[in-house]
Design a protein around this ligand. Structure first.
Ligand SMILES: [Zn+2]
Length: 279
């Protein structure tokens, strides 16, 4: 059964609003040339990665799904984008940190069995994960973003996924490590923007709508988790034919899941109460 459209959701972990708008020259260039639209979006609280991942995909708050820190993880009970797309007959793909597999497929993550799978009938039809085991401030343990973008592209070509999510922790790790007002972060954002730009036009030519955004922001000291615009706010870029709200609208992260399902033509479950922002 064909869905209404195809969509790729690119989550660059821990990129504050100002870094998107100042340092991502390709994304901003596509806004200027009218290929993309951009808004500010605010994360749930706590503005902690695991909590935000679960809210991005379920459209409910951490207080409802129950993922309240990075350390306390389980398979969430609420319907999410994977479950609803696959229920509607669509094929899903994930190229992400293993937490996404734990929240939306099975917990705990089995390093051998869960790292890569093709599972027709499962919520995640094609999964390709990484764990960053051993991560610390001197060794990021992040894969190259080119590898992640290429793997997602492989899933679009080889498996014809209808919905795909890619998640990279590179910039979040750089922020925790170096902060934001430094050469290292200038270059890291520049490099990410250039790597993404090598793949994004091909995804559009293949018929995908694309959303590029973050899970939360970060302060100049490289922190997030709390109630602060710098920690919570990030940009959201949309490539596709739908119209969004006024340019100065502040979007809520809980709007993302129902909006993605709406673009795909998939029924929105009653638990997702956020307002669809792309019509
Ligand atoms: Zn994060």
């Amino acid at each position: 059964m064909a869905l209404k459209s195809k969509l790729l959701l690119i989550i660059l972990d821990g990129v504050p609003y100002r870094n998107w708008r100042r340092l991502m020259g390709n994304l901003e260039g596509w806004v200027q040339s009218s290929e993309a639209q951009v808004w500010r979006m605010r994360s749930v609280l706590p503005s902690t990665s695991a909590c935000c991942y679960a809210s991005i995909h379920t459209g409910v708050t951490p207080q409802v799904h129950g993922i309240l820190s990075n350390e306390n993880r389980f398979r969430v009970r609420q319907p999410d984008i994977f479950s609803e797309v696959s229920k509607a007959g669509g094929r899903t793909g994930a190229v992400t940190h293993s937490y996404w597999s734990e929240f939306f497929r099975s917990h705990p993550f089995d390093l051998v069995e869960d790292m890569e799978f093709d599972e027709p009938g499962g919520p995640i039809t094609h999964g390709r994960f990484h764990t960053m085991t051993g991560y610390n401030l001197k060794n990021q343990m992040t894969p190259s973003d080119v590898d992640l973008f290429a793997t997602l592209t492989m899933l679009t070509r080889r498996h014809g996924i209808d919905y795909g999510i890619l998640h990279s922790c590179t910039l979040d790790s750089m922020g925790h490590r170096f902060g934001h007002d430094c050469h290292e972060m200038d270059h890291a954002c520049y490099a990410m923007d250039g790597m993404l730009a090598a793949f994004l036009p091909g995804w559009r030519e293949a018929g995908y709508e694309v959303i590029v955004t973050a899970d939360h922001g970060q302060t100049d000291r490289g922190h997030h988790g709390g109630h602060d615009d710098e920690m919570q706010d990030f940009a959201l870029y949309y490539f596709g034919p739908a119209k969004g709200p006024e340019a100065d609208a502040l979007l809520d992260q809980l709007q993302l899941a129902p909006t993605v399902l709406s673009r795909l033509g998939v029924d929105i479950p009653a638990t997702m109460k956020g307002k669809v922002f792309l019509i």
